[in-house]
Design a protein around this ligand. Structure first.
Ligand code: PEP
Ligand code: MN
Length: 338
């Protein structure tokens, strides 16, 4: 349930009203001071709040019922786009944010070299996996804590905030020390205990869609993080499983406009894991920008032939550089920039 407040309601009165609502109805309140209007989102058991009574409260202009099960992630709760500030990088604003780097951090020289080159091409965030969730237990599992140290070294040298995937709640302290954006991978999208734990900190989370999960399930997973108190969530479409085998997954491009309509959270697209092949990464990047993506997560490796994971889908820095030039043109065509 949302209470739309009358124009000119002061902050003091909004705060008073929230307190009153919380004690009277035993629910939680979420005031949003928007450009156009101030609203209070009610969460919890809102069946305790009689609609008529709420509508008749001083300062309340009208009551809007939210039918969807996701409340805090709902655009009705927060009509303006959420814009995250990640060490000076605005995510969800006018600029399309490029996050690039290798599938996995394989060594210090490798990650610092890739970091410098993707930065020179226009990337604003550096990615690199340290704890790798692999299908096979015999495959390279990542350099783990050592990998995070190297990633931090690359951040210190380039100034690029870093993104890396967490696989277990026991790693949180390590990630809070070394990582600017904590990625929750497709395989952990519904690891609810992990999501709740990540919600108890304010560190930005890049939440990837599970390959068999619906858009609403993705939003409900975001809701787990938001409801614990962490408002800093970026969603990421990374391809879903379908009957099609020509690509590693099927990039659900329609998820982007759907998500942009349903939620105020920034939406990224990962064309690398979606397609699994270098040849498709660039066209999918351009398409993703055209349909409204706020950012792209792209795998870039300096020697993909010898990569320890995901070699076939990783661009070399030169390919990334030429992709960025085209991406800038598409961004401009849809009123954005890189
Ligand atoms: C990744 O980004 O490194 C990754 C494993 O992606 P996903 O969780 O989308 O498969
Ligand atoms: Mn990968």
């Amino acid at each position: 349930m949302i209470l739309v407040l009358k124009h000119g309601t002061t902050r003091d009165r909004v705060e008073d009203l929230c307190e009153q609502l919380e004690t009277r109805y035993k629910i939680q309140t979420n005031p949003i001071y928007g450009k156009e209007q101030t609203i209070i989102g009610l969460v919890g058991d809102t069946s305790r709040v009689p609609e008529e009574e709420a509508a008749n409260l001083d300062d309340v202009e009208r009551v809007v019922k939210v039918q969807e099960p996701f409340k805090r992630a709902n655009r009705k709760f927060h009509p303006d786009n959420t814009v995250l500030n990640i060490n000076g990088v605005q995510v969800g604003g006018e600029k399309v944010v490029l996050c690039a780097g290798p599938c996995a951090v394989e060594g210090e020289a490798m990650i610092t070299e890739i970091a410098a080159s993707v930065k020179a091409s226009g990337a604003a965030l550096l990615r690199g996996g340290a704890f790798k969730p692999r299908t096979s237990p015999y495959a390279f599992q990542g350099l783990r804590a050592e990998g995070l140290h190297y990633l931090k070294e690359a951040r210190d040298r380039t100034g690029l905030p870093v993104v890396s995937e967490i696989t277990n709640p026991s790693q949180i302290d390590l990630f809070l020390e070394y990582v600017d954006v904590i990625q929750v991978g497709a395989r952990n999208m519904q690891n609810f205990e992990l999501l709740k734990e990540l919600g108890r900190h304010k560190r930005p989370i890049l939440l990837k869609r599970g390959f068999s999960n619906s858009i609403n399930e993705l939003l409900m997973s975001a809701e787990y993080i938001l409801s614990e108190g962490n408002p800093n969530v970026i969603l990421c479409e990374r391809g879903i499983r379908t009957f099609e085998t020509a690509t590693r997954n099927t990039l659900d491009l329609s998820a982007i406009p759907v998500l942009k309509q349903k939620t105020h959270l920034p939406v990224f697209v990962d064309p690398s894991h979606a397609s699994g092949a270098v040849a498709y990464v660039e066209p999918l990047c351009l398409a993703a920008i055209a349909v409204g993506a706020d950012g792209l997560e792209i795998e870039v490796h300096n020697d993909p032939k010898h990569a320890l994971s995901d070699g076939p889908q990783q661009l070399v820095p030169e390919q990334f550089d030429s992709l960025v030039a085209k991406a800038r043109a598409v961004a401009e065509a849809v009123g954005r920039s890189i």
